[in-house]
Design a protein around this ligand. Structure first.
Ligand SMILES: [Zn+2]
Length: 425
């Protein structure tokens, strides 16, 4: 089964009602408030037209910026006066140049003070980021090397921020007021924007029509406790309209906006509280914590694990409060994976026995256990064609069972590596 790409998801979501399409909704321009236009192609862009020009919140992925600009230009030809980047991620801070008219000087660009350090980190760790991004979208490190333009996190964008703030900055453009607030969430440089004169909230990726991306397994630290606090502050502004970082806008429905923000805050707070409670019971190994924390579930369409997985958020909290060691004594200074795997295979009576047992466990629905044995089989005998194919099949099956895009694609990725006889190297 081929990996499901973001493009497939976008195509699937096109034309569906917002409630159903959730995270993947694309559309616009929609006039969400007077002279305020929202459009989204994977990520959302909001243009606030004022008498002195447009205040643009976010700018999309670099290669989608031109189309997003075409959408906005159906509504207004005004020049960009100020841009605000809600985060330094690829899908928010890199499309701005496409919104400028030919020859226009760079507008003011507002962002949190931590953003330049993020761009420096991307430049420093390009090869690493390309590989983990490829895995996140179902591919291998080799795949990333073949398509650097897709998977590399670039350094500084063409038009970088020139106005950095710490906790809050208030702007007035053309007589329209904007509150720009910092809130650590998916990133340490995250911003949310509230325009009181139009009662429009732009939460960035602090709201994305999905379980918050607060636990991404391969990325740097996220901050679910600050995130929840930020969502409550946003709700206290009583916005009528919300233009999220991903997914459809909620237009002139203050009760729904409030419910979405507060439910998401509660969801995060519960995970944080339950994880800390388990941590405080004597620092158990990480795997035990994951199994001890009862995960909250919701029927609300905006709290489904379509992108990140709720279980991953627990891991993110454990990492913040703890060290890198997972608490398993043997893994403090572990043996090489292949050496351990060969011992396990020998004890089992050979790699074939190990694989056979993995398949039996799969039949019983014990997919987590099956994958542990599959890893050992591949690590013990990466050159055996049958092992490669069987392990790849197990991970493809697991991909089909995972709820989140991240879980699905990391399993597709594990299958792709297995087929090459490369146990995630
Ligand atoms: Zn985003």
């Amino acid at each position: 089964m081929p990996a499901i790409t973001m493009k497939d998801r976008l195509a699937e979501a096109r034309g569906k009602p917002a409630e159903e399409a959730k995270f993947y909704w694309s559309g616009g321009p929609i006039e969400v408030a007077p002279r305020t236009y929202f459009q989204s192609l994977f990520s959302g862009v909001t243009g606030f037209d004022t008498d002195d020009g447009i205040v643009l919140v976010d700018s999309g992925v670099e290669r989608l910026g031109a189309t997003l600009n075409t959408l906005l230009r159906q509504k207004t030809a005004a020049p960009i006066h100020t841009a605000i980047f809600t985060q330094g991620h690829l899908d928010h801070a890199y499309g701005l140049k496409h919104f400028l008219s030919p020859g226009q000087a760079a507008p003011r660009v507002v962002a949190h003070r931590a953003m330049p350090a993020r761009f420096a980190r991307y430049a420093l760790t390009q090869g690493y980021n390309a590989a983990i991004n490829a895995r996140q979208f179902g591919g291998t490190a080799e795949w990333a090397e073949a398509k650097p333009e897709t998977f590399r996190d670039f350094g500084q964008p063409a038009i970088p921020p020139d106005t950095l703030y710490d906790e809050r900055i208030d702007l007035t453009v053309g007589g329209v007021r904007f509150e720009v607030h910092h809130c650590r969430g998916e990133t340490d440089d995250h911003t949310w924007v509230f325009c009181p004169d139009r009662s429009v909230l732009c939460p960035g990726d602090l709201f994305i029509w999905a379980v918050p991306n607060a636990g991404n397994p391969q990325k740097v630290q996220r901050y679910p406790w600050d995130w929840a606090r930020g969502l409550r502050l946003m709700a206290a502004k009583e916005p009528e309209t919300m233009c999220p970082g991903h997914g459809a806008p909620v237009v002139r429905d203050p009760a729904l906006v409030r419910r979405m923000l507060l439910e998401t805050a509660d969801f995060l707070d519960v995970i944080v509280a339950r994880t800390i409670a388990v941590l405080n019971k004597g620092a158990p190994p990480h795997v035990d914590i994951v199994h001890a924390v009862a995960l909250p579930r919701s029927d609300s369409p905006w709290l489904q694990p379509v992108y990140d997985d709720t279980e991953f958020i627990v891991r993110s909290i454990v990492r913040f409060y703890g060290g890198w060691w997972n608490g398993r004594p043997s893994e403090l200074k572990p043996a090489p994976r292949d050496a351990l795997a060969r011992e396990i295979a020998a004890l089992a009576g050979g790699v074939d026995r190990l694989l056979a047992r993995a398949l039996e466990l799969l039949q019983k629905g014990e997919i987590r256990l099956a994958c542990h044995l599959a890893d050992s089989a591949l690590e013990a005998a990466p050159d055996q064609e049958e092992v490669r194919e069987s392990v790849a099949a197990i991970y493809e099956l697991r991909a089909a069972l995972e709820p989140s895009l991240m879980g699905q694609n990391l399993c597709h990725s594990a299958a792709a590596y297995a087929r090459k006889g490369r146990p995630f190297v």
